[in-house]
Design a protein. Structure first.
Length: 45
């Protein structure tokens, strides 16, 4: 798994803000968090 530094994370966040808009980022982050949680729960059985 790649390791990202602060600079890379800042660039990624800025690109996401340009694509989706700053207002939708919290909603998207919640959706991603729920999807990851559901995947982990399903993989545990």
């Amino acid at each position: 798994m790649p390791h990202f530094g602060i600079g890379e994370l800042v660039v990624i966040v800025l690109i996401l803000m340009l694509i989706f808009g700053a207002n939708r980022l919290p909603e998207l982050a919640r959706g991603v968090g729920k999807a990851i949680r559901n995947f982990k729960d399903a993989s545990r059985g």
